[in-house]
Each structure stands twice: as structure tokens, then as C-alpha cells.
Design a protein around this ligand. Structure first.
Ligand code: ATP
Length: 465
């Protein structure tokens, strides 16, 4: 278990209190394991996805973007194997009517006797396990007959494979090259729980990297390393991350190697992202089912081959949760660090020490008092920051309370307008992590903050034990 103060309950409470994430349809009593993102949650998850796109597209020139449909031709899922194999074993309890993943029983609670796993309570009466397909079914078109059955995609990857030929033709790429996609996926998870770790509707960030077969091993090693480093660069402490190779009996029959990037969540080590060496399985299957040749002809060598695929598959919501967990901290504010009277010396603060690039709001502009022209000047500062970074104006409550509020949403810089600002057009910039305050000229502020945001950042939290 993680050794610091963070627990899943604290993360859930903070997310609710500060409007990051709420249970969906709450006024109707909620809907199991489905969540809605509020303002700060949207900004945070958007930054996670932006960083992923940046790593895939902006920092490289061998990957192109794609946005395929959620409801695809149902043959897609026959070819991919999802229709027959994308199942979890399910058991029902005849006594209480609850359903459980048969392979998760030891970690679960019996609803009637929570100290015991299902099946071990005095009244438990479990059925035999049966396979349950996780795909959500729907119908397309006005007639509800079997011909119109379709599925909400359970992963974004297949949309990439079925577009391989289109992309190859129009992107003027040759292997090794990748196709990246971010979008919603849907799985009718049986025991969805643990907040946004496992939900029925979630966003994936997947990239399929098509390579000459002989290069697959090297590219697999490359993407394992690069994807691990992505989390470290974005501030996750390395001691909370590990790469775990799948045992041979965990591997899909077509995979010659799969590794998970795992994070030490409060629920224990769990998968954040999978990196798989998928061979030519996907393109071969779709060729067979569609009758289209999905291969590459190398003009130089006159060689024709089906590229092999290396797939890093990540979850945007799960990554967001990991960033929140790793950033969460509670600490006491010292007199020196409080920034003056009323600014909270001796108080406990909850703070999200997020990488500044991930923080939902980069700068909060706060007039010290709500008079003497300070709000007007603060509005001017907000206007100067518009177009440069996400900022927010806040004049409600004592300065200490406003700092606390910004700490809880992880705002790296609080910009305070005080009486001196009106005299010399300078403001104080308070650093979330060090609590150091520095005076900066308003004219220089946008460039100063943009410069600070561009610097590399490491978590100031101590390394995990
Ligand atoms: P798990 O073993 O946790 O069910 P998986 O191995 O089935 O995950 P993949 O199919 O490899 O997951 O999907 C890639 C990524 O998508 C996962 O690493 C995870 O980050 C994310 N993901 C998968 N299922 C869910 C879900 N139900 N809720 C949130 N994120 C998910």
C-alpha cells in the first residue's frame, strides 16, 4: 500500500468537494460506476490527453492521428475476437442476487457479511461461473432485428486497424509508423468499482505502431521504456511506478510480449497502461474477415509483408486518477510560508502537487481586498494572462481561504494584487510547492509564468518508502 496520507476516500471526497468528478445522474440515485467530470476534472483530464498527444504527435514525426467511430461494423468485433472472447467469468448469488467476477472473489465483499468474500458468508449460494461478454449491445437503424445489432467499441484500437489501408494511402508513411487515437470506450464491467479506476465508460489513449516484422522486438523494448518515462516526466514518483512483464500464461495467444506500467494506487499495484507486441494478428484477422489486403509493399526491396504491431494502450481516466493520487498531500503551513497575516500559518492544508503542465488552472489572480481599485487591477491581470494560460479570478473570502482553495485544485501560481500593486504595478507570485513569494512586474507576468511552466518539474513529495 502507498505509505503516504492519501486514500481513495480522500481523493473521492476532494474530487466531489472541488468539482473534479461526480457520480453520474446523482439526482436519480446514480448509475453504477459511471462518473461525470466537472470543470477542474475536465481541465485536468484534457491536460493529460494533451500531454499524450504531444508525446505522440508533436515530439515525433512518425505517428499520425485518427478519430474513428464508436459504433463500427459488427464484423470488426468478430474479426478482433471480442465477440467470442471478450468475456469475464461471472457468478450470481442465489440468496442476495448480487453478481461477482469469479476471478476477483477473494478481493470482494459479501453484501450480507462484508467481512467475508462472496461465497464464504453463512447464507451465500453462488452459481457456477459462466462467461459474460463485456460489450454493450445496441441496434442501428429503425428496425430492431438481429441484422441491426451493433456494439459500442470496447477499445479504440480496432478502429485503427480497420483504417490501416486508408491511413497508409493518405499519410505517405511507411513502417515503422504509428496511428494514434483518443476516445471513449465502453465495457459492461461486472464489478466496476474503485472510483474512476474501473468504469463502464472511459477514455482510452491508444497507439498502434506498425513495424517490419524483424524490428518488432526492438520497438517493443523502445515503447516499454518510452511509456514508462512519460509518467515519470509528468511528475509521478518513480518508486510508485513499475513495469511488470506478463507471465507466459497471461499472454494472449498472438502476443509475444506484454508489459504493464503499474502504479501503486491505494488499492495496491494496478495496471495503468499495457504495452503489447501483437505480431501480425490484427491486420491478418481483418484481412481475412474483410477480404481487403492489409499489408505493405516496400518499393525499394520489392518486399510485401504484413507489418507487426506494437501497442501502447493507456486509460485517460486511470492516468488522471494516478496523477491525483500521487499529487495529493496534507501539510501544516509555517508562519514564514504563510505569506502574511490571515494567510493560514499553523493551518493544515490539502494540496495537489500536480505537474504544473497538468494542473487544471495555472494561475489564480487574487485581489488582497475587495476595494481600493484592487479588483479592477486584478481583472486587468487576468486579461493579460488570457490566451497565455488557464487562469481564474477569485475575490471571495479571506486570502488564506482563497490560497487553500487553489492549493486543493493544484494551482501552481497564486498572483496577489495588493496596495503596492496600485503604486508600482507589481504583483506577488506565490509558488504552490515552496510557498515562496516573489514580486513580479505585471507587464512581465505572462512571460514569467509561461517560462516557469516550461521548466522541468519533479514532485517535491518525498520518495515513497
Ligand atoms: P484491466 O485488466 O484493468 O481490466 P485491461 O488489461 O482489460 O485492463 P486494456 O484492454 O489493455 O485493459 O486497456 C488499456 C487501458 O485502458 C488500461 O490499461 C486502462 O488504463 C484502461 N481501461 C481498461 N478498462 C478500463 C475501465 N473499465 N475503466 C477505466 N479504464 C480502463
Amino acid at each position: 500500500m502507498a505509505s503516504d496520507v492519501v486514500t481513495m476516500e480522500k481523493i473521492v471526497a476532494l474530487c466531489k468537494r472541488r468539482g473534479f468528478v461526480f457520480p453520474t445522474s446523482e439526482i436519480y440515485g446514480g448509475q453504477g460506476s459511471t462518473y461525470d467530470y466537472g470543470h477542474y476534472g475536465v481541465l485536468l483530464k484534457r491536460n493529460v490527453k494533451e500531454e499524450w498527444w504531444r508525446a505522440m504527435l508533436q515530439d515525433r514525426d512518425d505517428i499520425v492521428a485518427l478519430d474513428s467511430a464508436i459504433i463500427q461494423h459488427p464484423r470488426t468485433w468478430e474479426a478482433s475476437g471480442h465477440l467470442s472472447n471478450f468475456t469475464d467469468p461471472l457468478v450470481d448469488c442465489r440468496t442476495c442476487g448480487a453478481r461477482f467476477r469469479a476471478d476477483h472473489l477473494p478481493e470482494l465483499e459479501c453484501p450480507r457479511k462484508p467481512s467475508k468474500p462472496p461465497g464464504e458468508g453463512p447464507e451465500c449460494d453462488l452459481t457456477q461461473a459462466r462467461q459474460f461478454n463485456l460489450m454493450f449491445e445496441t441496434t442501428v437503424g429503425p428496425v430492431r432485428d438481429s441484422g441491426s445489432v451493433a456494439y459500442l467499441r470496447p477499445e479504440t484500437a480496432q478502429g485503427i486497424f480497420v483504417n490501416f489501408k486508408n491511413v497508409l494511402q493518405f499519410s505517405r508513411k511507411r513502417p515503422p509508423f504509428g496511428i494514434a487515437q483518443v476516445g471513449k470506450s465502453f465495457r459492461n464491467e461486472i464489478t466496476a468499482r474503485n472510483f474512476i479506476f474501473r468504469t463502464r465508460e472511459f477514455e482510452q489513449m491508444e497507439m498502434e505502431f506498425f513495424v517490419p516484422p524483424a524490428e518488432a522486438g526492438d520497438w517493443y523494448a523502445f515503447w516499454r521504456r518510452v511509456r514508462f518515462d512519460w509518467y515519470v516526466e509528468l511528475g509521478i514518483r518513480e518508486g510508485n511506478l513499475r513495469l511488470r512483464d506478463h507471465d507466459p500464461d497471461e499472454l494472449s495467444h498472438y502476443s509475444s510480449g506484454t508489459a504493464d506500467v503499474e502504479y501503486l494506487f491505494p488499492i495496491g499495484w494496478s495496471e495503468l497502461e499495457g504495452i503489447a507486441n501483437r505480431g501480425d494478428f490484427d491486420l491478418t484477422q481483418h484481412s481475412e474477415f474483410s477480404g481487403e489486403k492489409l499489408e505493405y509493399f516496400d518499393q525499394a526491396t520489392k518486399e510485401r509483408y504484413v507489418p507487426h504491431v506494437i501497442e501502447p494502450a493507456a486509460g485517460a481516466d486511470r492516468a488522471t486518477l494516478a496523477f491525483l493520487v500521487d499529487a495529493y498531500d496534507e501539510e501544516e503551513i509555517t508562519e514564514a510560508a504563510s505569506g502574511g497575516p490571515g494567510a493560514g500559518a499553523g493551518e493544515q492544508r490539502t494540496v495537489l502537487k500536480l505537474h504544473p503542465r497538468l494542473a487544471p488552472v495555472k494561475a489564480a489572480v487574487l485581489p488582497l481586498v475587495r476595494k481600493d481599485g484592487q479588483p479592477e487591477l486584478a481583472r486587468e491581470v487576468v486579461a493579460a494572462l488570457r490566451g497565455v494560460l488557464q487562469s481564474e479570478y477569485d475575490e471571495g473570502g479571506s486570502i488564506g481561504r482563497r490560497y487553500r482553495r487553489q492549493d486543493e485544485i493544484g494551482t501552481p501560481y497564486c498572483v496577489t494584487v495588493d496596495h503596492q500593486s496600485l503604486e508600482d504595478r507589481t504583483v506577488t507570485v506565490r509558488d504552490r510547492d515552496t510557498l515562496a513569494q516573489e514580486r513580479v512586474a505585471i507587464d512581465a507576468l505572462p512571460a514569467e509564468l509561461a517560462g516557469r511552466l516550461a521548466r522541468p518539474w519533479r514532485s517535491p513529495k518525498p520518495p515513497p518508502a
